[in-house]
Design a protein around this ligand. Structure first.
Ligand code: IPM
Ligand code: MG
Length: 360
């Protein structure tokens, strides 16, 4: 009881979906919720995307739930100006959250919402394990006159620890890891590949294969069901997880967990701040609800409550509730007669629908 969760609504649709998640957490019960600023909201208030105080509050909490950061009002190419994304990157680095888990399992109720054909998506159940505190995101960068650079660097220990997360996850799933790199071009990828090979040999149980990232991007849409765990570095994981999200029908469905070695963690929907939708009450709260489920399971060891949240989301979808991003793509009426009629709703009604199904 009384576990402390820091809520970081952030920018754009962040405040709306985190407000919805607050209702969900209150319905589950037993949490102390504390709200703080991050991203553009923090830049406006304090001139920086993440204050030391907020970082400390997150460190002291049992878990952190984040909405989204960023928006056009803070977009700039001036290298000296603060950026909202620095808030998120500062949290990941500052809290040592090197393992980012992004599960992609399309809801049976949403097979028509994806731009991909239903028979392609059927059977998809994959987990992207993205390295989150290294690579080009955190290497030396800068500008010198008419030249700019970003450096991609990895150390063996960083690769080993994320590989172990992927192998552990695979053992509880279908026992298969696909490591994605660009070993035909990049030195960091060659180190990645040989290190992952070694971790696989130590593991002895999990089946490992390697794909080059361009090929992986192609296979994610041509044969997504071939994947179990996808293990990859920071930037490739960023790109491939947005691509994978469309298998679920909408970026608005994909949750994530960012974990380190100290327990707790940071949980956030994969979609961004969607500034064009902000303030309209139409944002899909489901990726945030599913992120709450990941928080309950991985951050707070509340497996039953996590499963109840996931079941409530599925039940609301099965009844036909849809935010605008989830409406099926194609003709005027759903082509399959066994599907329920879809009812298009906003954030509040979708939240009501999920809460009505919640059995905790
Ligand atoms: C994500 C986002 C972030 C990233 C941005 C907002 C910095 O795209 O979590 O995937 O690139 O990691
Ligand atoms: Mg991204």
């Amino acid at each position: 009881m009384g576990r402390r969760i820091v809520l970081l609504p952030g920018d754009g649709i962040g405040p709306e979906i985190v407000a919805a998640a607050r209702r969900l957490l209150e319905a589950v019960g037993g949490f102390e919720l504390e709200e703080r600023l991050v991203g553009g909201a923090s830049i406006d208030a304090h001139g920086t995307a993440l204050t030391d105080e907020v970082l400390e509050a997150c460190r002291a909490a049992d878990a952190v739930l984040l909405g989204a950061v960023g928006g056009p009002q803070w977009d700039t190419t001036d290298p000296t100006a603060p950026r909202p994304e620095q808030g998120l990157l500062g949290l990941r680095k500052g809290l040592g959250l090197y393992a980012n888990l992004r599960p992609v399992k399309p809801s049976p109720a949403l097979l028509l919402a994806s731009p991909l054909r239903e028979e392609r998506i059927r059977g998809t159940d994959l987990l992207v394990v993205r390295e989150l505190t290294g690579g080009i995101y955190f290497g030396a960068s800068g500008r010198e006159g008419g030249r700019a650079f970003d450096t991609c660097e990895y150390e063996v220990a960083e690769i080993e620890r994320i590989a172990r997360v992927a192998f552990d996850a695979a053992r509880d799933r279908r026992g298969r890891v696909t490591s994605v790199d660009k070993a035909n071009v990049l030195e960091t990828s060659r180190l990645w590949r040989e290190t992952v090979e070694r971790v696989a040999a130590d593991d002895g149980e999990v089946e490992l294969d390697h794909l080059l990232v361009d090929n992986a991007a192609m296979q994610l849409v041509s044969e997504p069901s071939r994947f179990d765990v996808i293990l990859t570095e920071n930037m490739f994981g960023d790109i491939l997880s947005d691509e994978s999200a469309m298998l679920t029908g909408s970026l608005g469905m994909l949750p994530s967990a960012s974990l380190g070695d100290d327990g707790g963690g940071l949980f956030e929907p994969v979609h961004g701040s969607a500034p064009d939708l902000a303030g309209k009450g139409v944002a899909n709260p489901l990726a945030t609800f599913l992120s709450v489920a990941l928080m309950l399971r991985h951050g707070l060891a509340l497996d039953e409550e996590a499963a109840a949240v996931e079941a409530a989301v599925e039940a609301a979808l099965t009844k036909g509730w849809r935010t605008p991003d989830l409406a099926w793509v194609g003709s005027e009426t759903p082509p399959m007669s066994d599907l329920p009629a879809e009812v298009e709703v906003g954030t509040r009604e979708m939240t009501d629908a999920v809460l009505a199904e919640l059995a905790v």
